[in-house]
Ligand binder design. Structure first.
Ligand code: UD1
Length: 416
């Protein structure tokens, strides 16, 4: 098992460039299943989750590989129909192949994703949406079996689920008739997916708004596409800069995709210069406390909640964090408390009493974002933190330790 050894106390300074968004690239790879041909996806990050999706595509008969930093995908005329458990269990987001496979082949068999460290992560909205479009979905020994020709439908999501919106959108591109998704997720990654689907010949409008309309078409074509920059990777480096009292410019970050997070960072005392293609953050003194509430986009992203908690943990007063998206996302708090943070959780609220400093301790990353947060805590803490479970972090961040080191962070990766 690999770990990071992190010595705290050095402010991060310099420039880091973000890669394409993991949460977009995964779905764009799944979207390639909708049409035969050669795809080239630029800026796909080289991380473990992308590798899992690459293996899923290969299992489905596609050839997917990195060529000079670009993901090249060859999709054959006939794709396979089964996403196996050993891959889906490594990454729940594999469920987004269900919509494209069903639309293209009329049937699909995808392992039921299990639980994960941030909650049960249900998929009922994905399934209800596809059923409204005419799919029959059954369960067989841990697998979802979906079949049926798809037709357009009006689908009102109970909650603006990111993944359900994407799965249904992709399925709707090849369905007969018009699909309307109400209360759709509005994330920039959905706009990116919509842009690629449109280039492929899909008729889709409203991505980025709560109502998405997709008129089904008979066939789509393969395309080239550049993945949009990763706002969550950008936000992580910006919060790391704030927590360490540093000065970091994140190139490629789109300020408009991080509006609420940047305004909370400004409330905490950071000087933020946000533009369309880079964001600079300087933190001149001790952070001030900030209250924040996670909500679907454009609300404060749940994926930046753990990192923001670290900033609050060293603020000059008491902050309250409210987590509305994932039920177990405070699970890492016990690890942060072991580093000296004063945090009390009650249901989906956390009261964080800022302390002047954190102290190094052996801690374990339970998931991608909490892992990044604990690394930031290590960069702040007195002494040397041993952070294990870094394979979680590396599911979502390319060269995380190298990038922090390039900004002056004292972090070393130990293998084995
Ligand atoms: C995606 C992102 C994840 C981000 C999340 C919210 C990917 C690979 N992951 O996850 O990083 O934190 O969006 O922005 O893109 N829910 C249901 N039924 C469903 C679907 C979801 O009850 O059918 C619930 C989930 O349990 C969760 C909440 O809705 O509590 C949000 O889930 P969703 O928006 O679907 O997130 P993901 O697409 O899984």
């Amino acid at each position: 098992m690999s770990c990071y050894l992190i010595t705290g106390g050095t402010p991060l300074r310099g420039t880091v460039r973000v890669r394409g968004a993991k949460n977009s690239a995964l779905k764009l790879m799944a979207a390639s299943l909708l049409a035969e041909g050669t795809y080239r996806l630029r800026e796909v990050p080289q991380i473990a989750d992308i590798e899992t999706m690459r293996l899923v595509l290969r299992r489905l008969g596609c050839d997917a590989r990195f060529e000079d930093g670009t993901m090249a995908i060859e999709v054959p005329a006939a794709v396979g129909g089964e996403a196996p458990y050993e891959l889906v269990r490594q990454m729940r987001a594999s469920i987004v192949v269900l919509g494209p496979l069903l639309a293209r082949r009329g049937r699909a068999r995808v392992a039921m994703p299990g639980g994960c460290n941030i909650g049960s992560r249900k998929i009922d909205l994905h399934l209800k949406g596809l059923e409204r479009m005419g799919a029959t979905i059954g369960f067989d020994h841990g697998y979802l079996e979906a079949s049926g020709g798809l037709h357009g439908a009006e689908i009102v999501l109970d909650w603006p689920s990111h993944g359900a919106t994407e799965n249904i959108c992709m399925a709707a591109t090849l369905a007969k008739g018009t699909t309307v998704i109400e209360n759709a997720a509005r994330d920039p990654e959905i706009q990116d997916l919509s842009a690629m689907l449109s280039d492929m010949g899909a008729r889709i409008s409203g991505a980025g708004t709560p109502t998405i309309v997709v008129e089904g078409t008979d066939a789509l074509r393969a395309v080239e596409h550049t993945v949009l920059p990763d706002r969550l990777e950008a936000g992580t480096y910006l919060i790391a800069a704030a927590a360490t009292g540093g000065d970091v410019t994140v190139e490629g970050a789109r300020g408009g995709h991080l509006e609420i997070a940047l305004s909370k960072l400004a409330d905490s005392g950071a000087e933020v210069d946000a533009g369309p293609a880079s964001v600079r953050l300087r933190m001149p003194g001790t952070p001030r406390p900030v209250d924040f509430v996670t909500l679907p986009y454009p609300g404060f992203p749940t994926d930046l909640q753990p990192q923001m908690m670290v900033l609050c943990a060293i603020a000059s007063g008491t902050s309250i964090a409210t987590e509305n998206v994932f039920e177990n996302r405070f699970m890492f708090v016990d690890e942060l408390v072991r580093m000296g943070a004063d945090i009390r959780t009650e249901g989906h609220h956390a009261v964080i009493r800022g302390r002047p400093r954190l102290e190094a301790a052996p801690v374990r990353a339970p998931d991608i974002r909490a892992g990044a947060a604990l690394a930031i805590a290590g960069l702040v803490a007195d002494g040397e933190t041993e952070l294990s479970g870094v394979d979680h972090i590396e599911r979502g961040y390319e060269s995380f330790d190298d990038r922090l080191r390039a900004l002056g962070g004292r972090i070393e990766r130990l293998d084995g």
